[in-house]
Design a protein around this ligand. Structure first.
Ligand code: PAF
Length: 258
């Protein structure tokens, strides 16, 4: 199963390709899940490109597309319903500024898992926090599913592909890869032996602000637990989120401590 909210780009294509390589039958789901959008977020304007998505999936040889309506997924409305939550991973980083977002993701993913009953499910590493949360959901609730993370697909200038990139104006688009560059500077500094993570985070936040972003956070964390690094953690990842115009961009890079 390859769960998506549609508006497919090469990042999704990579997920489907991996699934097609590993599995006999691939089910792609397409559902713009209202439960994971905050009140002032882009649910209404989220790009919906159903016909184009179908053509891409046909070209990739996907047998089944499951694209339920909101009424099918939430027949009794989507407030005050049963939910699945992964609190210790869902309330940090993006969860701090998007309260309830990951509860919406885990709830819809639980429902999609139950409806589709896949053996394997594919998620992009661009949304690393989402991937970590889903791995925990699968483990804690004993879903018999392999959760597979697929490497972020980037443009020639290293912008992580995202449906929200189309909110960027031409000048914002030129600036956007700076998020990745700032995360890479933090990575390079840590790889060079710097362990003052908070000063590196602050430096990157300041650099992003000076460039014209409205940074949400830059955080050095344990890649699996998303905790603040303790002692000599050799499993660090650097996470960042920042607004540029009306687009909220997120990205993350691993720290290789050889
Ligand atoms: O990553 C996404 O596109 C969504 O969060 C997902 C996993 C399809 C759930 O709505």
């Amino acid at each position: 199963m390859v769960p998506t909210m549609g508006n497919l780009h090469d990042g999704h294509v990579e997920l489907v390709r991996r699934a097609k390589t590993d599995c006999d039958v691939v089910v792609t789901t397409l559902f713009v899940n209202p439960l994971q959008f905050g009140e002032n977020e882009d649910l209404e304007s989220y790009p919906r490109t159903f016909e184009a998505d179908c053509r891409i999936l046909e070209t990739l040889g996907v047998e089944t597309l499951f694209c339920p309506t909101t009424e099918t997924m939430y027949p009794r409305g989507h407030t005050l319903q049963t939910a699945t939550i992964v609190p210790e991973l869902g309330n940090t980083l993006c969860g701090e500024n998007r309260p309830g977002h990951f509860d919406g993701v885990t709830t819809v993913v639980t429902k999609l898992f139950n409806l589709v009953q896949p053996d394997k499910a594919y998620f992009g590493e661009k949304d690393w926090q989402q991937l970590a949360i889903i791995r925990k959901l699968v483990f804690d609730l004993n879903f018999p599913i392999d959760t597979i993370g697929v490497a972020t697909v980037r443009t020639h200038d290293n912008l992580a592909l995202s449906s929200r990139n189309q909110y960027l104006s031409e000048s914002e688009r030129r600036l956007a890869p700076q998020l990745y560059r700032q995360l890479c500077s933090v990575r390079d500094s840590i790889q060079a032996g710097n362990t003052d993570y908070s000063s590196e985070e602050e430096k990157a936040m300041n650099a992003l602000s000076a460039l014209g972003f409205r940074p949400d956070y830059v955080g050095v964390r344990d890649a699996d637990t998303l905790d603040y690094p303790r002692g000599n953690s050799d499993n660090l990842r650097i996470f960042g989120a920042a607004y540029l115009g009306r687009a909220r961009l997120i990205d993350n890079v691993p720290v290789g401590l050889a």
